[in-house]
Design a protein around this ligand. Structure first.
Ligand code: B12
Ligand code: SF4
Ligand code: SF4
Length: 279
C-alpha cells in the first residue's frame, strides 16, 4: 500500500513521499515552546496563538505559482487516492499550516534531516516545499535518516543577517521574516543594511548549501515558469503600480504581502549606495 501511494505521489509531481505516525511529538513541541519563550518567532503571533533579479533579488519560489495552491491541489488528488485504499478512510491535507511542525514530521518520516539552516535538507538539497496528509489508514512509518551536515557550516557563515547559530534560527534577524512577515514599518536601518538588494524572501542559506548542487529540476509546470518581471530592472520595480502588481503577481506567493508592503521593501532596498546599480 505504501509503495502504491509513493508511486501515485511521484506521478503527481511530488519529489518524495514518506510516512510517519503522530505519536510522541512532545519532544518536538518542547523545541517549539523553547523557541517561542526565547522570543525568536519575532512578530509572527500566529506561531504562539497556535502553540534582479537583475538589480533586486526576489526569492526564487515567488517565480512559480503560489506553492500553497499548487501543493493543496496535488495533496487533494493524492488524498482522494488514499481514500480508495480502505473502507471509510479519512484524510486531511495541510501545507504551511501554522500549528503543524512540518519539518519535524518530515524528518521523522525519513525525508531528510534538519540542516544548520534549520530547513529540511536531503541528498538532493532543500529547494522544495513540505505538505502532509493526515489519514486514518494504517501505514508503516519510515525510519529517520542521519543528520549529514557533518563539518559544514556554510549557511551559518553566509547568512547576511547573522540569523543562524548553534541555537537555530532567530526570526527577528532573518531577512525572509523582515521582507515577508514583519508588520511594523518602516524597516530599521540595520535591517536595510543587511537587505542588500533583496525585496522578497531570502535564499542565501540554501544557495550556499552543497546539497543544493545535486538538486533536480522540478517536474511541476506551475513552478517552471519565467514571469515577465524576472527581467525587470531597478526603474521598473520602483515605478511599479498597483495595477501592474495585480497583473504580475496575482497567482504568485508574492501577492500575499500586498502592493504597499512590496513597495516598502523596494524603498528599503533602494535607499542605499547600491542605487547606482541601475538595471
Ligand atoms: C514560521 C516559518 C518561517 C519563519 C521562521 C523560520 C523557522 N526556521 O522557524 C520565517 C519567516 C523566518 C521563515 C523563513 C523561511 N521559510 Co518558512 N516556515 C515557517 C513555518 C510556518 C513554521 C516553522 C516553525 O515551526 N518554526 C518554529 C521552530 C521552533 O521550529 P523549526 O525550526 O521548524 O524546528 C522544529 C523541527 O525542525 C525540530 N528540530 C529542529 N532542529 C532539530 C534538530 C534535531 C536533532 C531534531 C531531532 C529536531 C530538530 O524541532 C523543532 C520544533 O518542532 C513552516 C511551515 C510549518 N508549518 O512548519 C515554514 C517552512 C519551514 N518555511 C519554508 C521555507 C521554504 C522558508 C524560506 C526558505 C522562504 C524564503 N526563501 O524566504 C525561509 C528560510 C529561512 C530559514 N533558514 O528557516 C518551508 C521549508 C521547506 C524545507 N526544505 O525545509 C516550510 C516547511 C513551509 C513549507 N510548507 O514548505 N519561515
Ligand atoms: S533566509 Fe537569509 S536571512 Fe534568513 S537565515 Fe537564511 S540566509 Fe539568513
Ligand atoms: S550549508 Fe552545510 S551546514 Fe548548512 S544545511 Fe547545508 S550542509 Fe548543513
Amino acid at each position: 500500500m505504501e509503495d502504491a501511494i509513493r508511486q501515485k505521489a511521484e506521478e503527481l509531481g511530488f519529489s518524495a513521499c514518506a510516512f510517519t505516525d503522530c505519536s510522541d511529538l512532545m519532544s518536538e513541541q518542547f523545541r517549539l515552546e523553547r523557541w517561542l519563550s526565547a522570543g525568536r518567532q519575532a512578530g509572527m503571533d500566529y506561531m504562539s496563538r497556535h502553540r534582479d533579479i537583475r538589480y533586486h533579488q526576489v526569492s526564487e519560489y515567488a517565480l512559480g505559482r503560489d506553492y500553497h495552491a499548487v501543493m493543496r491541489e496535488k495533496l487533494h488528488l493524492l488524498a482522494q487516492y488514499v481514500q480508495t485504499l480502505g473502507e471509510g478512510v479519512k484524510t486531511r491535507c495541510c501545507v504551511d499550516t501554522a500549528p503543524v511542525l512540518e519539518k519535524a514530521l518530515a524528518r521523522r518520516a525519513g525525508l531528510g534531516w534538519i540542516g544548520r539552516n534549520t530547513l529540511l535538507v536531503t541528498e538532493k538539497g532543500s529547494r522544495f516545499f513540505i505538505g502532509e496528509i493526515f489519514t486514518s489508514l494504517p501505514l508503516h512509518p519510515d525510519a529517520p535518516v542521519e543528520e549529514r551536515c557533518g563539518g559544514c557550516n556554510a549557511c551559518v557563515e553566509a547568512c547576511p543577517a547573522h540569523a543562524l547559530s548553534a541555537e537555530g534560527l532567530d526570526a527577528r534577524r532573518c531577512l525572509s521574516y523582515q521582507t515577508i512577515e514583519r508588520k511594523e514599518l518602516p524597516l530599521p536601518e540595520e535591517v536595510k543594511t543587511a537587505l542588500g538588494h533583496r525585496i522578497y524572501g531570502c535564499d542565501v542559506c540554501q544557495q550556499v548549501c552543497p546539497y543544493n548542487r545535486n538538486a533536480e529540476e522540478t517536474k511541476v509546470d506551475d513552478f517552471l515558469r519565467t514571469p515577465e518581471w524576472f527581467a525587470w530592472g531597478d526603474a521598473q520595480w520602483r515605478q511599479l503600480t498597483q495595477e501592474q502588481f495585480d497583473a504580475q503577481f496575482h497567482d504568485s506567493a508574492m501577492q500575499r504581502i500586498g502592493y504597499e508592503r512590496l513597495m516598502e521593501n523596494i524603498r528599503a532596498a533602494s535607499g542605499k549606495d547600491n542605487d547606482t546599480d541601475e538595471g
